[in-house]
Design a protein around this ligand. Structure first.
Ligand code: F6R
Length: 649
């Protein structure tokens, strides 16, 4: 049986020492913090600065780097020496920057925010920072104050005037109302009344040399510079200035001044927190000559998959996954695996199911985290839960993890963002090491997630009954993937021609079968989210149970059909499409039979193990979606209504 004890251990998620220097330091011990209940957190970015330099350029640059997290309004507040001045606007950060050139603000301490609205329309009025009645306190907030209505009513009864429709404004009035000799004492007192989640940065005109920061359920880190300090919701906002960061734990309150920082717990006792180093370079956050992050990230995949693999494959087919915290005897006791994820990560999970069932012979169910969390969970003893998330912050996935934990499961995380909430709350796991993914549409995380799942399947398989021969072969195929991805990317000119042909399509159907059915789902998701063309992914054989009625000469049908044991079946499905006049774009295997007679366009990817083929077949679909969206004039990196990490339920 799996041990259900919640061990207090270091969640290393790390590479083995054989990899040379660790690319990242481990997050704080799992279990060191109480998970906060309720997963709602507004999807936004926070940056704050205190030091000797002008704050506004630093805040604006930080906001630009955070804009992928939310981009419907932005604002900042600065200590000017004559009180706090705020500037905010609906719309993008560039609008705020222009506004500030007309109405400049000077000072060496300030806080800023970019927002994706949950409570209240994305107007100037509702944009952060929010202030108290006297404009003495200003704050920026990620998260949701769940009891804001009750708090607001009580505060209004005691004479506070509200200016916005947001839950966040409540916090400014609560701090105004709170008693205490210092700003941090008032923040701690105010937060005692609050239900919900927050990543918070507060300034007060009474104490101009101070930023107070608090965290519960929404990520916050401190950037440690030389006589200057930062607060941010995301490491990307501070990397330009420092690599040294402190990831705050839930319940922490931190105080930043130009001279230093300290972290307090609920009882105002000073706590020590580790200083971690950010492992990636500034170039990872730059476009580097590309027109969009999405294209950069698609083209990075040979390197990012290599990074996911590095140091983890052993010659005898074993995978070395030191961060799993899953001893051999526990591997053999696993009876069932449940994978929890959303969106693209859910599609990777579906591929993972094939990998784990085939290689490790453990039954797998894949659940939408948002559905799983609302059902009564009757997990059988020996169930291992795996949460997959690029950002490590998706609210539904976090909540589903908690449900799985309560149901007695050990929970692993497959996560890209180091130090993220999911990574910290899992019992162990695998980091993708794919570097920051800035494009809102996930691409490189998907291929790295599949590779991480393949490594996990190998690891579990070798602890169970997987033969060394089969494992060695798969390990060899895995190690070839970076080169094969590079060759697949050479299809781009052909894909551009196809994109030109279908850029005005109204509907596109994506069909796939077996391990490539999730690729059909992922191809359809990529197209719809960035080009706004209606697209659906379907299991190829299910088409005849309904969707076939849609096929006519205007319908483009993307068929994912690499040469595997269901290839001939998918070819039959293609014939059914062709017979009804549908336009087929086929993704097949190079060097094998062509479907040139059936398909209007054929994209031939290199041959690999059928189980790993999704890593290659998805790449033409990512590029197709990208080029169609660009041709349609869509804002590829910031698709409408979307944000990079969905921290609301
Ligand atoms: C689609 C996309 C989303 C995410 C989903 C889960 O391109 O990016 O569907 O995959 O929001 O996000 P993570 O993986 O961060 O939990």
């Amino acid at each position: 049986m799996l041990s259900h004890a919640r061990a207090v251990h270091s969640l290393s998620f790390a590479r083995s020492s054989a990899d040379g220097p660790k690319l990242e330091s481990p997050p704080s011990p799992a279990g060191a913090t109480e998970p906060s209940e309720g997963g709602n957190r507004e999807v936004c970015g926070i940056i704050g600065y205190i030091g000797e330099r002008e704050a506004v350029p630093i805040l604006l640059e930080g906001l630009r780097r955070l804009e992928y997290r939310g981009y419907d309004s932005a604002g900042l507040a600065v200590q000017t020496g004559r009180g706090i001045v705020t500037r905010k606007l609906g719309g993008r950060v560039e609008g705020l920057a222009t506004h500030l050139t007309r109405l400049p603000v000077h000072g060496t301490a300030g806080i800023a925010h970019t927002r994706w609205a949950t409570h209240g329309a994305p107007t100037e009025r509702n944009a952060h920072p929010h202030v108290d009645c006297q404009g003495q306190v200003a704050l920026v907030h990620n998260g949701i104050i769940e009891n804001s209505e009750a708090l607001r009513a009580a505060l209004e009864r005691s004479g506070h005037r509200f200016y916005t429709e947001t839950d966040t404004e409540t916090l400014a009035h609560l701090i105004e109302e709170a008693s205490g000799e210092t700003l941090e004492a008032r923040v701690i007192a105010a937060l005692e009344h609050v239900e919900g989640t927050y990543g918070l940065a507060v300034i007060s005109a009474d104490e101009p040399d101070k930023i107070v920061v608090a965290r519960r359920g929404s990520p916050v880190l401190l950037g440690i510079g030389n006589r200057e300090f930062f607060v941010a919701s995301d490491a990307s906002a501070v990397l330009e200035h420092t690599r040294s960061v402190v990831y705050l734990d839930d319940g922490d309150v931190a105080v930043l001044t130009p001279r230093g920082y300290h972290v307090l717990d609920h009882d105002s006792q000073i706590q020590s927190r580790a200083v971690d180093a950010i492992s990636w370079d500034l170039e990872a956050l730059e476009l580097g000559g590309y027109s969009h992050f999405m294209l950069k990230e698609i083209r990075e995949q040979p390197e990012t998959v290599q990074q996911t693999l590095r140091g983890r494959l052993l010659v005898d087919g074993y995978a070395r996954l030191n961060g799993l915290n899953l001893p051999a005897e526990e591997c053999t006791a696993i009876r069932r695996i449940v994978i929890l994820a959303c969106g693209t990560s859910w599609h990777a999970a579906l591929v993972g199911r094939y990998l784990i069932e085939e290689l490790a012979r453990i039954p797998v169910v894949v659940e939408y985290a948002s559905e799983y969390r609302h059902r009564t969970q009757l997990e059988v003893p020996g169930t291992l839960a795996i949460a997959i998330s690029q950002s490590g912050e998706t609210a539904d996935t976090l909540e589903a993890m908690r449900v799985a934990t309560k149901a007695g499961c050990r929970v692993l995380g497959i996560v890209n963002v180091v130090g993220s909430t999911i990574a910290r709350q899992a019992d162990g796991g695998i980091y993708l090491h794919a570097g920051p993914e800035i494009g809102v549409a996930s691409t490189k995380a998907f291929t790295s997630q599949i590779v991480a799942l393949a490594l996990l399947a190998l690891y579990l398989g070798r602890q169970r009954e997987l033969s060394e021969d089969v494992a060695r072969d798969l390990a060899c195929r895995l190690s070839q993937l970076p080169d094969l991805i590079a060759r697949t990317l050479e299809l781009e000119p052909q894909i551009l021609t196809i994109a030109e042909r279908y850029a005005e399509a109204a509907n596109v159907l994506y069909l796939g079968r077996g391990v490539n059915f999730p690729v059909a789902l992922e191809g359809a998701l990529k197209l719809k989210e960035i080009s706004y063309i209606h697209a659906e992914g379907y299991p190829a054989a299910e088409m005849k149970h309904g969707p076939i009625a849609l096929i006519n000469p205007d319908m483009a049908v993307v068929c994912v059909a690499p040469h595997d044991d269901v290839y001939h079946k998918v070819v039959t499905n293609m014939q059914e499409v062709k017979a009804r006049g549908g336009q087929i774009i086929a993704v097949t295997t190079a060097g094998r039979a062509s479907v040139g007679g059936l398909a209007a366009h054929e994209l031939r990817v290199p041959s690999t193990s059928p189980l790993l083929s999704p890593v290659l077949t998805v790449i033409p679909l990512q590029l197709l979606a990208y080029h169609i969206a660009v041709l349609r004039g869509c804002d590829v990196d910031r698709p409408r209504n979307l944000a990079k990490s969905v921290t609301v339920e």
